[in-house]
Write a protein that binds this ligand. Sequence first.
Ligand code: SF4
Length: 477
Amino acid sequence: MSVIYHPQKYKLEDLPMQNFIDSDEIWEILKRNENPTPERVREVIARSLDKHRLSLDETAVLINANTPDLIEEIKNGARELKERVYGKRIVLFAPLYIGNLCVNNCAYCGFRTDNKKQKRITLSSEEIRAEVEMLEDSGHKRLILVYGEHPKYDAAFIAETVRNVYSVKKGNGEIRRVNINAAPMDIEGFKVVKDAGIGTYQVFQETYDRNAYLKVHLGGKKRDYDWRITALDRAQEAGIDDVGIGALLGLYDWRFEVLGLLRHVNHFEAVYNVGPHTISFPRLKKASGFEVKPEFDVSDEEFTRLVAILRLAVPYTGMILTAREPAHIRDEVLQFGVSQIDGGTNIEMKGYSSKKDQQDLDHEQFTIGDNRTLNEVMEELLGHGYLPSFCTACYRLKRTGEHFMEFSVPGFIKRFCQPNAMLTMAEYLEDYAPAETREKGYKLIAENLKDYQDEQFREKLIDRLERVKKGERDLYF
Ligand code: SF4
């Protein structure tokens, strides 16, 4: 039975804890919006630029617009929206893999339980501290901790690792926000992890199509589609209002997955009055004992299109692109709406302290395409005029979930995110950047300061930048 939504607020206990994805409905929406006229496509782009989240039908119009001219118009629209809403800031983070024990058998994953070649490792408390010190020494302030699904990685274990990470301070180095990518929990488990002070809890549905899901999730708890699709409802019920959703592109038709993601967004808005904090759209990659089969392969052309379409569909949701993608693809799609990327990424177990040149797939979950150091990524961003940001202000000022949404409507980003990006970037330039990068960074900050007409606010910002140069840290708006 499918659950049809109406824009009124539901209580979770009033709703069956079940899947809200109706595959037939999604294919019906894609079908009834085939061959859209250029006028219809422009109408939808304009609605998004007018800061409306798009409906599934409107998004299907953009998905079905496949002439080169219309695709270019969609990309131009996404570029403009990104500029208007996010300005130049790009948030940086790094992943840290804590343990690769896993009871599940996901066909595409190097950590799957029947992959005997994978070296199974769970970082000890000391090993976690060593990795975090390496990440702090490179300038990171925001991490995402990643775990396989295993009884050993229960809520108490995850909470303990989060507290351990926050407790590592080296020089001016500290981690100010810890996000989690781990298995679904029950409400009590989510409460335990929340109490450890996490930021976003990410659970990717991988594919929203139930049949495609069962084809690749061959064993273990993860085979339970309904338990997974309702995971972040339980997280919200536990008080975690910053959640991250995602689809693993290549498991099923990308057009279906884009509407699946959007259905997930409007489910949260209907039930919790707030959308997810972030959306991720990783593409399937080679893994230990796994080769990508082309059945639903997403080409680079389709990938850049879907990033632009997602940007227009959900103007206020953070969009994350990881180092799975090679540098040239990352650099290209940044302009269409990606707001968060990782930098200096190493997904090998104990990878940051072991510093191997070559990737060893039997020590990691999948192949990554971008091996640049954090400073090389910073240089690339500065070169394109982007403002790299390590900001964590909203999270620490409890501007999250519904409260975050209110703020992130008119001008919030310019008033808070951009200045905070400059302040966290200045910390990086003072503590970690080589002279050449420092010079480029301060030149860009000077250019961006010109944007502020409000003399009083500009003075306040300049004063804080000067205080960072004199050694103060952790200043934000
Ligand atoms: S994708 Fe996650 S749950 Fe599946 S095998 Fe890999 S680590 Fe385990």
